[in-house]
Design a protein around this ligand. Structure first.
Ligand SMILES: [Zn+2]
Length: 573
């Protein structure tokens, strides 16, 4: 965050922290940290790699991302134009630099994000490249180091970018199982989908001095809550104080800490490579279109996307508790996260579906303003995500299948939620579901909002009600960022490809659950019957699949969004 000044641009920089005029070479020798005030300037990925690894030891991975635009996204500029500009501006092919290197003569695989490239956003290619880096770490049994810098998921790739949170988390889960160390270094800024996945579900999380990390950004939180933010909100020291990171490390000490961590990991006795962890098959072996072919019904054309958004949000629409009363029998609600909270926006417990015992977990909204307020509009707090996690694990221990009902505008973007670790809570759910050894069927019943939805939707089968939506960002939020104003929400809704027919075509959803005409809230009982039929049709074939096979297929299901969609090439120049 230093600004060059005038003709002396190459020689002098002005510190963004204290406004001192600094000799550039001196600043560079000091790792781009102001010697006067300690301000850490942002580093690009090549500079970061150079600071961390042994000189000359970095070998990039052979994979190169191909030109992609999976949903044909256009705002005021077509997405490929923004991509080309980012490539030209940074000299990088994507928002992450991946490879292997040694740090203190100890080998590791590393992925370093670059905020200059479309805000370090997590798209299909970025997710795939980081996943390949993790797989290289597993194959070589060397630690994985992730340096994060990101505004979140890449909205120009719609829900496919959201899926990358699951893809990378699955790869990290494999490293966990194999006893291979994973370390993330949070740098400024780390937000959204990156914060709520691989930035925080690694074994050790370091925060560089001056880094800020959170699920929701401060501007959004202020807008939504109208509250002033506490002093130092979301800074590295704040995160340390609230138990979110292992340590805060100034830049000049970062390499030394990593050397020490890698050395400790090397000295430990690792468990034998578990034969139970299946190697994955080539992700391109099953093209995405298989997903729709496997659906039991042809995908109808949807109505206008903005009209569907309005239907998905209709207050009369059946809620999770309504479905528990109609689609399911004998609901036995279980409460609490066992850590001090019981979030009313998430309900869950044991129930029966057509006589079979299942664990049901879902977001709960409400029909009246009072109900909606009491349920926080279906926006789960960290306690809600941790309650869901507890129920997922319980289901696995009991050998019960899991059915989730997703209906949330997004995870709670509040001050308290951030203090209680919203990003890490979502990240842990995504990781847990990705390897849960029991069948999981997720149904998007209304709004599937971003990471908060995915925290309940990493499943073997993902169903969508006919008038449900599933999106990386709300149309209003997307319009506010990419269009001149929020009034462009209807255009954004169309560009995001968030309807059930669109997402079935993209393979993000496997099956569309029809609703009684004109929509579910006109005939809740009919909607409940259609939901029961669809869940049974998708769940029953999963019941006889061995757990290891289920987990392997679930991995493939999410993995193909990266490789197959992007046409990632191996070994290109
Ligand atoms: Zn300074």
């Amino acid at each position: 965050m230093t600004a060059t000044t005038g003709r002396e641009g190459q020689l002098w920089s002005r510190c963004a922290g204290c406004a001192s005029l600094l000799y550039r070479k001196r600043l560079r020798r000091n790792l781009d940290v102001c010697p006067e005030c300690g301000e850490h300037s942002r580093l690009d990925a090549p500079e970061r790699v150079a600071q961390l690894v042994d000189p000359g030891s970095f070998t990039p991975l052979p994979e190169r991302p191909a030109e992609v635009d999976p949903i044909g996204f256009v705002d005021v500029l077509p997405y490929p134009h923004r991509l080309s500009a980012a490539r030209a501006g940074t000299g990088l092919a994507e928002a992450v630099v991946c490879g292997t290197a040694t740090i203190g003569r100890q080998p590791c695989a590393l992925a370093v994000m670059d905020f200059r490239f479309l805000g370090g956003s997590l798209g299909c290619a970025v997710g795939e490249l980081i996943t390949r880096t993790a797989e290289r770490a597993l194959a070589d049994r060397i630690p994985l180091l992730l340096v994060t810098a990101s505004g979140g998921a890449r909205m120009q790739e719609g829900a496919l970018s959201l899926m990358q949170m699951a893809t990378v988390s699955q790869a990290i889960a494999e490293l966990r199982d194999a006893g291979v160390l994973t370390v993330s270094v949070l740098t400024d800024p780390t937000y959204g989908g990156v914060a709520a996945s691989f930035a925080t579900n690694t074994d050790v999380v370091l925060a560089e001095s001056g880094a800020r990390m959170g699920f929701a950004g401060p501007r959004v939180i202020r807008q939504v809550t109208g509250r002033d933010l506490p002093e130092g909100f979301q800074t590295a020291e704040f995160l340390l104080h609230h138990g979110q990171v292992d340590m805060v490390v100034p830049r000049h000490a970062l390499r030394g800490r990593l050397v020490a961590l890698l050395a400790a990991a090397r000295s430990g006795r690792r468990p034998a490579l578990t034969a139970a962890v299946p190697r994955q098959e080539s992700p391109s072996a099953r093209p995405v279109s298989d997903a729709t072919a496997a659906g039991s019904r042809p995908v109808p054309d949807g109505g206008d996307a903005w009209e569907t958004v309005r239907l998905a949000r209709h207050p009369g629409r059946p809620t999770t508790l309504d479905y528990l009363d109609t689609t399911f029998d004998g609901f036995l609600e279980l409460h609490g996260d066992r850590l001090g909270g019981d979030c009313p926006a998430v309900v869950g417990g044991l129930a029966r579906l057509d006589g079979r015992h299942v664990m049901v977990v879902g977001h709960q909204k409400g029909h009246t303003t009072g109900e909606l307020v009491a349920r926080n509009f279906g926006m789960a707090s960290p306690a809600g995500h941790r309650k869901a996690l507890r129920l997922f694990r319980l289901a696995a221990r009991l050998g019960l299948p899991v059915v989730t009902l997703v209906d949330t505008p997004g995870a709670d973007p509040g001050v308290d939620a951030e203090m209680q670790g919203q990003a890490a809570a979502i990240a842990e759910n995504i990781l847990c579901l990705s390897v849960l050894p029991t069948p999981v069927v997720a149904v998007i019943t209304g709004e599937g909002g971003s990471g908060g939805a995915l925290a309940l939707a990493v499943a073997d089968r993902v169903l969508m009600l006919q008038h449900a939506v599933y999106s990386v960002i709300s149309p209003e939020g997307c319009a506010a960022i990419l269009w001149p104003d929020r009034g462009a929400a209807p255009q954004a809704a169309r560009a995001l490809r968030l309807t059930a027919p669109d997402l079935c075509r993209l393979g993000v959803a496997d099956d569309l659950v029809p609703e009684p005409a004109p929509a579910a809230h006109h005939d809740p009982e009919g909607a409940a019957r259609m939901l029961r039929d669809a869940v049974l049709a998708n769940l029953l074939p999963l019941l006889d699949v061995p757990p290891a096979t289920l987990v392997r297929r679930r991995r493939q299901r999410f993995r193909r969004f990266g490789a197959a969609r992007t046409g990632l090439r191996a070994g290109a120049r």
